[in-house]
Design a protein around this ligand. Structure first.
Ligand code: NAP
Length: 486
């Protein structure tokens, strides 16, 4: 009975080294890992030993006979991956132990002192990658602006994705070790300066994430009726910065711009039964607002076709499980040629197959999410009871009235006082995690990890391998004598 990876896979690949038959792919060494929507178990190679189940930090692996009806599509989703890329038995990128070739530090060797700024996924993975090194002893200080740790796992992951949030148990274990001191409620740049951290640590790793929505570059994009979907997400998750913020849920329709996973999250939250959020990370304020909501329909406008959809297949399955999803069958015709890369082509085919399964159904009543494609927004205007969103619909001018407009067009980081910042990319300029000064040369002892390093791409576990690269740079520079600390 093979095992199956289901919706809440976090991609951190903890399961990969545990598998005795290398049947979980893509591995971090494979080129497709960075863009993987999730990891997959080859049912023909799996020996049903259960080792991966114990290793998974988010309980996303189950046996096929224990699959619930809701998770059933994932049996095919796992198998399908290997139909596209070939059998796991033939893939020649087995997991290699990152510790191989490293030497223990000699007795009396200097301890590497590192400040990690940000206690979200990126910060925690930086901590655990430092702890995993056998070639250096570390002392780590974690600084977090908010009074509680977790970053976007706490304030970004949707409240009904409780199993995804379980990764915080792994983070708490890393944080709880005696080589780590955690300083909550301390804002670097306000309560303590970068210079102070740099003086007292060999290295400062910035893992401050990308919390804010990208500004909407449209006439009317800055109107009060338009909010960043990222703010709506932070608000319903009880982020202290958003307490008391008002979103207009008095109209029957909300329009969401962009169709990434954030768009699908907000569409699901707006249309799901509010009672499923009781007792979750959702704030009482948000539960009450959703109970009083008049929203019946969320329209998700994507400027490109379904073959370019930014959402991942697992999240589409999750949306369709929670609420009726409306797709126009004509949107699934006349598509672009498939990408040449087999993994990318597989993802396109898989999403199209799921969308075809949904197409043509149109619930007569009840709440629903409408996925529209080829609809490029052109302007937003305020109306008496909300907003009107104008868009180009396959070459024809069209518009939709709604109460609230949510822009889910990607996330960006914000500048840290005293550090260089790439305004266009919303990241700290860096080379392999080494922060670059204005002259393009690395600033000694300053590093970046996670979304502030590479932009808001990938899922939670993608940050683990990103952190491994940054920690490699820190330790290499330390061993080369480039880092000093008082
Ligand atoms: P995203 O995946 O980058 O998607 C952005 C969307 O906005 C795309 O559809 C894009 O269209 C569209 N867009 C960009 N600029 C636009 C414009 N000017 N006008 C109209 N549309 C525009 O961003 P995201 O949804 O914010 O997600 C950020 C990251 O968080 C992603 O890596 C995502 O996977 C991750 N995340 C994961 C989960 C999960 O795994 N459950 C949940 C939430 C977020 P084009 O494609 O045409 O550019």
């Amino acid at each position: 009975m093979p095992h199956v990876i289901v919706q809440n896979c976090c991609n951190d690949a903890s399961c990969v080294p545990e598998c005795p038959v290398d049947c979980i792919h893509p591995t971090p060494e494979e080129p497709g890992f960075a863009t993987a929507e999730m990891l997959y178990i080859d049912p023909d190679v799996c020996i049903d030993c259960g080792a991966c189940i114990d290793a998974c930090p988010v309980s996303a692996i189950t046996t096929d006979y224990e699959l619930t009806e809701e998770m059933a599509p994932f049996e095919e989703i796992n198998a399908d991956y290997y139909r596209a890329v070939g059998s796991a038995a033939d893939l020649d990128h087995p997991y290699t132990d990152p510790q191989l070739g490293r030497r223990r530090p000699p007795d009396g060797a200097e301890t590497l002192r590192v400040a990690v700024v940000g206690a979200g996924a990126a910060g925690h993975y930086a901590v655990s990658e430092l702890q995993n090194r056998i070639d250096v002893r570390c002392e780590i200080d974690v600084y977090e602006r908010l009074p509680e740790p977790g970053g976007l796992v706490r304030f970004g992951v949707a409240p009904d994705h409780a199993s995804t949030k379980k990764v915080q148990e792994q983070f708490a274990a890393a944080r709880g070790r005696n080589d780590v001191s955690v300083h909550l409620g301390v804002a670097v740049g306000e309560d303590v300066t970068h210079e102070e951290l740099a003086r007292t640590h060999h290295a400062v790793i910035y893992a401050v994430g990308a919390l804010h929505g990208r500004p909407l570059p449209l006439p009317g994009g800055g109107l009060p009726v338009v909010a960043a979907a990222a703010d709506f997400v932070a608000w319903y998750n009880g982020h202290p910065d958003l307490a008391g913020r008002r979103f207009d849920l008095s109209h029957e329709r909300v329009v969401v711009l962009g169709n990434g996973n954030v768009a699908l999250d907000v569409a699901r939250v707006l249309t799901a039964d509010p009672e499923v959020f009781v007792g979750t990370d959702m704030s009482d304020e948000a539960v009450e607002a959703l109970r009083a909501s008049h929203v019946r329909e969320v329209v998700v406008l994507a400027r490109r076709g379904p073959d370019h959809a930014a959402f991942t297949a697992p999240e589409l399955v999750g949306l369709a499980r929670a609420v009726p999803v409306v797709v126009d069958p004509s949107d699934l015709e006349n598509l672009d040629a498939e990408p040449a890369d087999p993994q990318a082509a597989h993802y396109v085919r898989q999403k199209l197959a799921l969308l075809r399964g949904l197409a043509g159904t149109s619930p007569a009543e009840g709440r629903r999410v409408v996925l529209r494609f080829g609809t490029r927004p052109t302007a937003i205007t305020a109306t008496d009871d909300g907003a009107s969103v104008a868009f180009d619909d396959h070459g024809t001018e069209s518009s939709l009235d709604c109460g609230q407009v949510l822009a889910a067009i990607g996330l960006r980081g914000t500048a840290v006082p005293g550090l260089p910042f790439d305004e266009a990319g919303g990241v700290i300029p860096n080379a392999d995690g080494r922060v670059l000064g204005d002259d393009g040369a690395p600033l000694p002892g300053v590093y970046a990890s996670g979304w502030i390093k590479r932009g808001a791409t990938g899922v939670i576990g993608t940050n683990r391998y990103d952190a491994r690269g940054t920690v490699d740079a820190v330790v290499t520079d330390f061993h080369e004598g480039l880092l000093t600390a008082e």
